[in-house]
Design a protein around this ligand. Sequence first.
Ligand code: ADP
Length: 187
Amino acid sequence: MRLVIMGPPGAGKGTQAVALAKRVGGAHISTGDIFRANVGEQTDLGKVAQRFMDAGEYVPDEVTNAMVMDRLAQEDAREAFILDGYPRTVDQVDTLDRMLDSLGTKLDGVLELVVDPEELIQRLLKRAETSGRADDTEEVIRHRQDVYAAETAPLLEVYGARGLVIKVDGMGSVEDVSRRIVEALPE
Ligand code: ADP
């Protein structure tokens, strides 16, 4: 099973992606987690990524694409993976298409978590109290929603035209959402 999980910041992608990767026995590939780990270790990649992330902007495509290409080529992603936070731009969709082509595989589906905009802000403000993430301030949280709407929401049309999008209601408890996802998964 090869899936992308999409949804605006605060939709619960990360939480659900971890559970889903376990369920399908594949790699959980979160670009945000990989960037944060690199920022923590102050690697070259981390130094580049940090200023974009702190401002709520996307890290440049060439940086992100190269990182995901490396990660997808690893053994644990061969049979199954959950891509969480990637692709986020049209350019990233193109790169992912080419990557999967060259690996001789394709996506089985794109899960879209749907959550009310005000609920998203509330969740992120709550997370901000404990996360210590530099991009969890109210101003940056709102900016990240705008960037998502402008750059990433259009990808749902691209994948929708391919018949890949599976919409799941992301409101309610983590368990409720998990159950809906499992019920909606492709065969
Ligand atoms: P959230 O889902 O809350 O926005 P993530 O952990 O997925 O958080 O991402 C945090 C930040 O990492 C993004 O705001 C962005 O700066 C960077 N990032 C993550 N994935 C990508 C990507 N595919 N392309 C560009 N930047 C990315």
